[in-house]
Design a protein around this ligand. Structure first.
Ligand code: UDX
Length: 427
């Protein structure tokens, strides 16, 4: 059997792993996807999807015959040569990336030329070199993933670029990875392993920097009477800057930016370099979520006993992912001030209910807003733009909206009787 006919192995069926497995299957490859979580594997084998991600259900359904889900690593090893490592690398107490799940995968691989480990998990630069020292005959390719939750399938199928990092001796595996991705288009960056690892970390850190930068511009705009959405529009037309990731708001959350910025800062620190800029990016992001309380107090005075409705809980729309969501910090801070928190999210409520104690979950935005003293738009779900705001103003105790994502139209809200505050927009 030639290499190109081998099944593709995927280890770890979280967001990256499941999307990778489904998309390779859609490209016509047999895929064996392994996870240690028996319940997840059983659900996926029975055709149930374990996360909210547009397009994934259809892909899995369409490619059921090409996809095998298993908890058995030997089954994966028996049917594959290329093994995509998609396990998570959460932060440790020190802020470094926890590589124990990656190490568990490596420990299962023989130190011979049979298999290649293709690293999709986000790992510190230097991880590939360590693994290669440990198992010099194991082929190793760094192929970082750049997909965004909520558009992960589209991002996978239409990549801007595909980064393939490998050293001498692993060329056969790097060529095979290139071949797999070729039908998707996207510019190929063939490079060494350490540089591929850094491309991933630097890309996420740069995007996070863009967000913290525009958030600081928003904060200054509030002081000088400028509108940050206009500022961003004007800046973004400069092709050197570009329009994306210039939306001011409550800061970045999710499974990647907070973790990866901290991990890069730690990686630099461990190597003896103080990454000053990134330290500020992280701090700005933390403070940005808390500024909302000042805006509320400006209108409501002390928040004790006030009922505050959170519209949206997920870290961004089109996902039910609650990791590092701004809603977690906001809700805790509001409760810390003695406010009562009501919340509505169209898909993340179930996950959120495990994380947000003493929050009243409503089954619609209107129900969350009933008798509320303020609404905070936390996640820009499209349905919030369509709400009958004029009618809702009458059902709230105070018609106040803090638009944490600059998502709503200030003029229409004010016309509907609301006091409206965005982020970096004139009051
Ligand atoms: C990110 C990277 O974009 C992706 O390449 C990487 O593989 C994983 O991390 P993701 O976390 O899914 O993807 O979402 P993204 O759309 O990048 O948003 C991250 C956070 O930044 C969200 O909380 C979002 O609300 C926030 N954000 C994004 C802003 O506050 N402003 C912006 O302009 C863009």
């Amino acid at each position: 059997m030639s290499e190109s006919n081998d099944a593709i192995g995927v280890v770890g069926v979280g967001w990256v792993g499941l999307v990778t497995a489904a998309c390779f299957a859609d490209l016509g490859r047999d895929v064996v996807a392994m996870d240690v979580d028996e319940a997840k594997v059983a659900a996926l084998s029975a055709g149930q999807v374990t996360m909210h991600e547009p397009g994934i259900e259809e892909l899995l359904e369409r490619n059921r015959e090409r996809l095998t889900f298993t908890t058995d690593m030997d089954e994966v090893l028996g049917r594959t040569r290329l093994l995509f490592c998609c396990v998570d690398t959460p932060p440790t107490y020190s802020g470094d990336a926890d590589l124990s799940r990656v190490q568990a995968v490596v420990s299962k691989l023989a130190d011979d030329g049979t298999h290649a480990l293709v690293m999709k998990s986000t790992v510190p630069a230097g991880t590939g070199a360590t693994i290669r020292r440990e198992k010099p005959s194991l082929a190793y390719v760094s192929c970082p993933e750049f997909l965004k939750e909520g558009s992960a399938v589209q991002d996978f199928l239409h990549p801007d670029r595909v980064v393939v990092g490998a050293e001498e001796g692993s060329d056969w595996a790097a060529d095979a990875v290139e071949e797999l991705y070729r039908p998707l288009g996207g510019k190929l960056v063939r490079t060494d392993v350490a540089s591929a690892e850094m491309i991933k970390l630097a890309s996420n850190a740069f995007l996070a920097t863009k967000i913290s930068f525009i958030n600081e511009i928003a904060n200054v705009s509030e002081e000088v009477g400028a509108d940050v959405t206009e500022v961003a529009r004007g800046m973004g037309l400069d092709t050197r800057i570009g329009p994306s990731f210039l939306s001011a708001g409550l800061g970045f959350g999710g499974s990647c930016f907070p973790k990866d910025t901290t991990a890069l800062k730690q990686l630099a620190g461990n190597s003896g370099y103080h990454f000053q800029l990134l330290t500020s990016v992280i701090e700005v992001n933390e403070l940005q979520k808390r500024r909302v309380l000042k805006k509320l107090e400006k209108h409501l005075g002390k928040l004790a006993g006030k009922r505050i409705a959170l519209l949206g809980l997920a870290f961004k729309p089109n996902t039910d992912d609650m990791r590092e969501a701004s809603s977690l910090v906001l809700s805790a801070r509001l409760q810390g001030e003695g406010a009562k928190v009501a919340a509505y999210d169209p898909v993340a409520a179930e996950r959120a209910s495990e994380l947000l104690p003493d929050v009243e979950f409503a089954d619609s935005a209107a129900a969350a807003l009933e008798n509320a003293d303020a609404a905070i738009l936390v996640t820009e779900w499209p349905e919030f733009a369509e709400l009958p705001w004029a009618e809702l103003a009458g059902r709230m105790s105070t018609a106040l909206v803090i638009d944490g994502r600059n998502f709503l139209d200030p003029a229409s809200l004010r016309e509907a009787g609301f006091a409206y505050e965005g982020i970096g927009r004139p009051g």
